[in-house]
Ligand binder design. Structure first.
Ligand SMILES: Nc1nc2c(c(=O)[nH]1)N[C@H]1C(S)=C(S)[C@@H](COP(=O)(O)OP(=O)(O)OC[C@H]3O[C@@H](n4cnc5c(=O)[nH]c(N)nc54)[C@H](O)[C@@H]3O)O[C@H]1N2
Ligand SMILES: Nc1nc2c(c(=O)[nH]1)N[C@H]1C(S)=C(S)[C@@H](COP(=O)(O)OP(=O)(O)OC[C@H]3O[C@@H](n4cnc5c(=O)[nH]c(N)nc54)[C@H](O)[C@@H]3O)O[C@H]1N2
Ligand SMILES: [Mo]
Length: 814
């Protein structure tokens, strides 16, 4: 298998941008900035020696207080921090890691959750005067960091055809224009409805209803870029697109594998779970090209976790708990080979002592595909396993010892495994590993797909899916009296192609920032520019708002933490976490501006403007009340029976058949898959680059310019490279470089990144997203059509610092 990948799964339209076009554009100074994220500022300091040795602890408390007070002030910080992740409060808008069932703490959030809350509840505002002052051309020169820092959008705004600025528009006029544009389409498939996992269940359900009543399944979402490979692999092999473990399983497991996930930054509350498991004696293995601080050592700053609270100050000054027992420095995209090696050893060892390391009874009763799988293991050679994984055989043996000993093993994974040309096969390898030891449907064991956005899993459950199952559509149609289209819609990559080739005429996004999240920034900028009508429902400004074609509308909405009142009633919403638990969420804070509407109300008003207030099968007006929406959901989506009652009692678990060892697959059993080993075939001087998040961002929302755990301060245009590779390339630590990516004969260049000598695996490199997205081809996708954001073949060339665009330098905007 070549790492160039499968090519788009379905009717991939070839990119119309040639490599020479790209080169001209990225070399032509200002023009390149139109797509590319501008540099915020020169790096003040990059010092790997300054890397943190342990996660959380005092610095996390300091950061939490600092950003809370700076953005929200004392009263709002205190109130919101006490309400987050509480049954009578709101679900944290950061990650999807679950809250404990019974032992929720006074402060049930983390440093990065606090940043997300403060970012949403900031007192800063982007009012109409801001848009009058700053032209769109000026704003395009700013980064997502600068744009986000300006504050909450307060009024509906419109950029009319030919205008240089956004100007205010009333809500009724905005809805009327959107309705008119949707009605005027010659084909409903000319509209694209994008969502991200910030959207709560009730809004997500209404959003897919709007699209389907109009007649399209064009419902791309951030999940297409996140865990699409996981969903595809899991549906195929275990018959459900979700993991099977619950938080309680961590109280019973003896072995935890963490693959391609940086929980210290992206799921910090997971560290508490890991620490508890560790204290119970569980063995933890981290498989990652980078020795992430959060995986190595943690100091728990939560007073309630100490039997004697007086121990807290001492604990904070100590060195904390070492989490990882075995760190496996796999090279970028070396996981499939590594897991193949481990399983080859396990099967060989079991052959010598049957039943010693693999669960033969489980395999016989519950699985299919064993013979092919074993034949695949036998075919793979140690030479290719070691070369492709970048891990020495002795370390693979050590890992096999641990896995072989484990009686209850949880395997967690996130984007380090999915965003590859072979992402689907990577996840299938995880399933293979779980099946081998019967680690599924057993207490303390199972695959654990670590989701990103707080409700990304819920959005899918609510029908935000371009390829919905027939059972879902049939139930939706019966309940709502509509006839949903059966033709599959477009996912995010297909949406980008449709925008680029002009077949999409309307782009409507509820939350998210597809523009900056997408691969191939220049291609994406062009795609958005060609779209005649773009609507974003957003809390904060981002670069995607600036690239709409002829006419563009920006609708400001309430955030998760803000009170939503309708009909004199504070509205209750819900979100599903990474483990299939549906939690109540109810905003508690005063809205940032009087004119804001909720995501739900905006969808209802758009639907009314499109389909007419009275006519049509759906009584949209009634759906302004979330209780009425939930009644509908309870009759459409299995597992949501008595939705209103159960949500008011607290949270509830959704059914998960695979957890009960019922596998709804084509064979009726859990499936082993025979997977190939990726060949990297790097030419001399080439590295395989992954893209990662810093400690100061939530996806495209950049809170700050530091990455405390990795020792990077004051800037984001960096590329982490192993010191031996830097040496071989004749580059110095700290040197400015241009990065050129190579895909299918095309090159793309990003200028002015600082090379940092870093303990990352050999032949690997890492850079931050979204700055590096300019280097990722829109055609580099896996079998699930997910962009291969973490597998970019690059070369480096010595260069100079980028022109400094100081983040808050007003003179650039005068
Ligand atoms: N604070 C904060 N929280 C977040 C987010 C955020 O941006 N900020 N984003 C949310 C979202 S939407 C998501 S999807 C999740 C993302 O959560 P993560 O998947 O943890 O996010 P990344 O920063 O992309 O980190 C990927 C990890 O995989 C490693 N990695 C990279 N390439 C490879 C590889 O080839 N193999 C292996 N084994 N490892 C690799 C990287 O070194 C890094 O540790 O987090 C969610 N939570
Ligand atoms: N190179 C590279 N690219 C990647 C990734 C990667 O690892 N590497 N990761 C991918 C992944 S996993 C994901 S999930 C995507 C992220 O893609 P998205 O989910 O599309 O992007 P976000 O940055 O999370 O969206 C941020 C915007 O959401 C809006 N927002 C926030 N809260 C609310 C709300 O309550 N309501 C509404 N209506 N709007 C709100 C704000 O305006 C904010 O600017 O990026 C993908 N892109
Ligand atoms: Mo994500």
């Amino acid at each position: 298998m070549s790492i160039e990948g499968h090519g788009a799964r379905r009717d991939a339209r070839a990119s119309t941008t040639t490599s020479s076009e790209l080169a001209t554009r990225s070399d032509s100074g200002r023009e390149s900035l139109l797509g590319e994220t501008p540099a915020e500022t020169q790096l003040a300091k990059v010092s790997v020696d300054g890397r943190c040795k342990e996660a959380a602890g005092i610095p996390a408390i300091v950061q939490t207080m600092k950003c809370g007070l700076r953005e929200m002030g004392v009263a709002r910080s205190t109130r919101s921090f006490l309400k987050v992740n509480k049954i009578d409060g709101f679900d944290c808008q950061s990650c999807a890691w679950p809250s404990p069932d019974n032992k929720r703490k006074v402060f049930e959030f983390c440093e990065n959750g606090a940043k997300a809350i403060a970012d949403e509840l900031t007192r800063r505002k982007v009012e109409p005067a801001f848009f009058a002052k700053h032209s769109i051309a000026d704003l395009i020169e700013q980064s997502d960091y600068w744009l986000n820092a300006q504050g909450r959008i307060t009024n509906p705004m419109i950029k009319r055809e030919g205008a240089t600025h956004f100007e205010p528009i009333s809500w009724p006029d905005a809805f009327a224009r959107i309705g008119a544009k949707l009605r005027a389409l010659s084909n409903p498939d000319e509209a694209i409805f994008y969502t991200s996992g910030k959207t709560v269940n009730e809004a997500a359900f209404l959003f897919q209803l709007l699209a389907r009543q109009l007649g399209t399944n064009n419902l791309p979402d951030c999940s297409n870029m996140c865990h699409e490979a996981s969903g595809t692999a899991l549906w195929d092999t275990i018959g459900i697109g979700k993991g099977t473990v619950t938080l309680e399983d961590f109280d019973h497991c003896d072995t935890i594998l963490i693959i391609g996930n940086n929980p210290g930054t992206n799921h910090p509350r997971m560290l508490t779970t890991l620490e508890e498991a560790k204290h119970r004696g569980a063995t933890i293995v981290s498989i990652n090209p980078m020795p992430e601080t959060g995986l190595m050592r943690v100091i728990n700053p939560n007073p309630q976790d100490y039997s004697n609270p007086l121990k807290l100050p001492l604990a904070l000054l100590g060195t904390g708990t070492a989490l990882t027992d075995l760190f496996v420095p796999v090279r970028v995209n070396g996981d499939a080979a590594l897991l193949q090696g481990v399983m080859k050893l396990l099967v060989e060892r079991d052959g010598k002592a049957p039943g010693s390391v693999i669960d033969r009874a489980f395999i016989a009763e519950h699985t299919s595909g064993w013979d092919d799988f074993v034949a695949g293991l036998e075919r793979s050679t140690w030479e290719e396993i070691v070369e492709s994984s970048g891990v020495e055989r002795a370390t693979i043996e050590q890992l096999a010892d641990i896995v072989g000993r484990g009686k209850r093993m949880i395997v967690l994974w996130c984007l380090g495994l999915t965003q590859h040309p072979n992402g689907v096969e990577n996840v299938k390898q995880v399933v293979n590993l779980c099946l081998l030891g019967g680690h599924i449907g057993r207490q303390g064991a199972g695959p654990c797909c670590v989701r990103g956005h707080s409700n990304v899993q819920g959005d899918r459950t609510m029908g935000i899916w371009e390829r919905p199952k027939e059972t879902f559509l049939a139930a939706l149609d019966a309940e709502m009296g509509i006839r949903s289209p059966r033709k599959p819609g477009c996912d995010t990559v297909e949406a980008l192609h449709a925008l680029h080739d002009g077949s999409a005429k309307v782009f409507f996004a509820i939350s998210g920032n597809l523009f900056s999240a997408a691969p191939d920034t220049h291609f994406t900028a062009e795609a958005f520019r060609r779209c005649p009508f773009v609507v974003h429902v957003s809390t904060k400004l981002h670069r995607g708002h600036l690239f709409g074609g002829q006419e563009s509308i920006l609708l400001p909405c309430l955030g998760r933490a803000e009170r939503e009142v309708f009909g004199g009633k504070v509205q209750l919403s819900s979100a599903e976490d990474s483990m299939g638990i549906v939690n109540p969420t109810r905003g508690t804070e005063e809205p940032a501006a009087p004119d804001l509407l909720s995501d739900t109300e905006i969808i209802v008003r758009v639907a009314q403007a499109t389909f007419g207030k009275k006519a049509g099968p759906v009584d949209w007006e009634s759906l302004l009340d979330h209780d009425r929406v939930r009644e509908r959901i309870s009759r459409v989506v299995p597992g949501f029976e008595r939705f209103n009652e159960r949500l008011r009692e607290g949270f509830f678990y959704l059914p998960n058949a695979a957890r009960e060892r019922t596998f709804r697959t084509s064979t009726g059993k859990a499936k082993f898959s025979s997977c190939g080993i990726p060949k990297h075939d790097l030419a001399s001087g080439e590295l395989l680059m992954t893209t990662v998040r810093s400690h100061d961002q939530f996806n495209t929302v950049v809170y700050g310019l530091d990455d405390r755990y990795r020792g990077v301060w004051g800037g984001r245009r960096v590329i982490f490279v192993n010191p031996d590779d830097l040496n071989e390339l004749g580059l110095a630590d700290g040197q400015w470089v241009d990065i050129t990516s190579h895909f299918d004969g095309e090159t793309r260049t990003a200028h002015g990144f600082r090379a940092i000598a870093y303990p990352i695996a050999r032949k690997s490199a890492a850079s931050y997203y979204p700055e590096a997205n300019v280097l990722v081809s829109v055609r580099a996708v896996n079998e699930s059509n997910q962009p291969a954001h973490k597998c970019v073949r690059v070369t480096l060339r010595a260069s100079v610092a980028p022109p400094a665009l100081a983040a808050n330098e007003p003179r650039r905007l005068a």
